[in-house]
Design a protein around this ligand. Structure first.
Ligand SMILES: *Cc1c(COP(=O)(O)O)cnc(C)c1O
Length: 395
């Protein structure tokens, strides 16, 4: 009678029943009329979810978040150009490696674990020398730290730089207004906050980002080249099939269902996204109330820069990663640490996507974590933790 444990890591995550059903189909052709319709509608839905302009270009390409990152690194910047990275952890380091391979001059603006670089430090790096693009991770999945993309995009615009945001652990959960904020690229992978199985890299480019690609003197690798993929995306948006490399048709089918589900919650995209952002915020507040009642401390040093999509939590005194299987046995799969400086000292709980609409799943997760802590010797009042989260969800 016991249900399988919930998948509460920071991606892949639990998916909706409709998305699950959509993945259980016989393989379809990439030129089938219903796939053309699904692909076109999914790309249009991306513009809505990204709150992007009608002349932006959405991309849905086989691959992961890492591929989306490298496509941005190689299409925006080339050898000899300067790039600034707002580095809040593991994925900022990875973006730096990609840009260095491209031959760019990379400047990291770093902060200690759990902190964010100040806007003053970011602006100083931009002001120091002409910069082609600034790259920031919205939510660093290794620490649960969230940067301020609105302010970073504004600084980029002020200093004539393009702005690119890694939204792999943020898109469709943390507020992002691509057009209003003047951001140039916002990228993600299908298995994180947007709530699909792994396998599709997703990003939207501003017209300025596309123009930057066109102006490059050295083209990116063919499979990552926006100029190879954009005509394919535009064809599907016009409800025509076109071929560069076979799209993952089963995932595209599920993508159309999942994105429609997000948008159907509101009368229009703006309202649907407000509903979605608010649901994530409420879920995050509920989880934080539970962690506080358990006497736990988060890695992010201030709620001003704490992600709503996951909690990164220091193990309390005397507890270590041997707690994780206990939590699983109690009903939720959670993750260990990832940041190289301290990965054995903390654990992570995802709370993004469909589960934010399922209070029972959130409470089951709290119960599982609290039970694992209690079984590991921490003085944890399991019922009080569940009650603390429940009070927020029912407020
Ligand atoms: C997971 C993640 C990535 C990498 O995505 P993959 O799909 O694993 O390649 C990049 N950036 C962030 C912020 C992530 O959370």
């Amino acid at each position: 009678m016991s249900a399988p444990p919930l998948l509460m890591i920071p991606g892949p995550i639990e998916i909706s029943d409709a998305v699950y059903d959509a993945t259980c189909i016989r393989p379809k052709s990439h030129v089938a009329p219903d796939v053309i319709e699904a692909f076109g509608s999914a790309l249009e839905a991306m513009r809505g979810i990204w709150l992007a302009s009608a002349d932006s270009t959405p991309f849905a390409v086989p691959g992961g978040g890492t591929l989306a990152m490298e496509s941005a690194a190689t299409n925006l910047v080339e050898a000899g150009e300067r790039a600034v990275i707002v580095n809040t952890g593991y994925f900022g380091d990875r973006m730096g490696m990609m840009l260095e391979r491209r031959g760019a001059t990379v400047v990291h603006v770093r902060a200690d674990v759990g902190e964010v670089p100040s806007l003053e430090a970011i602006e100083a790096a931009l002001a120091e020398a002409p910069t082609k693009a600034i790259f920031a991770t919205y939510v660093d999945t290794s620490t649960g730290v969230a940067t301020n993309p609105k302010a970073i995009a504004a600084l980029a615009n002020k200093h004539g730089a393009l702005s690119c945001f890694d939204g792999v652990c943020a898109t469709a959960a943390e507020r992002f207004e691509m057009e209003a904020w003047g951001a140039d690229v916002f990228l993600t992978g299908s298995q994180k906050a947007i709530g699909l199985p792994a396998g599709i890299a997703l990003w939207v480019c501003s017209p300025r980002a596309m123009a930057a690609r066109e102006a490059l003197s050295a083209a990116p690798p063919l499979t990552m080249d926006w100029l190879q993929w954009a005509p394919i995306m535009n064809a599907y948006i016009e409800r025509r099939a076109s071929y560069f490399s076979t799209p993952p048709t089963t995932l595209v089918w599920a993508l159309a269902v999942g994105l429609k589900e997000i948008l159907d919650r509101g009368a229009d995209a703006a309202e649907a996204m407000e509903i979605r952002f608010a649901a994530h915020e409420r879920a995050a507040n509920a989880m934080r109330a539970a962690w506080a009642s358990l006497g736990l401390t988060l890695l992010p040093t201030s709620t001003d820069h704490t992600a709503v999509t996951l909690s990164a939590i220091w193990y309390p005194e005397g507890v270590d990663a041997s707690m994780l299987p206990k939590v699983k046995a109690a009903g939720a799969i959670i993750a260990g640490g990832l940041h190289p400086e301290c990965k054995t000292k903390y654990f992570r709980v995802g709370h993004m996507g469909e589960v934010v609409y399922r209070p029972d799943d959130l409470l089951r997760t709290v119960r599982a974590v609290a039970t694992g802590l209690a079984q590991s010797g921490h003085d944890a009042d399991v019922d009080a933790a569940v009650a603390a989260a429940k009070a927020v969800l029912e407020a």
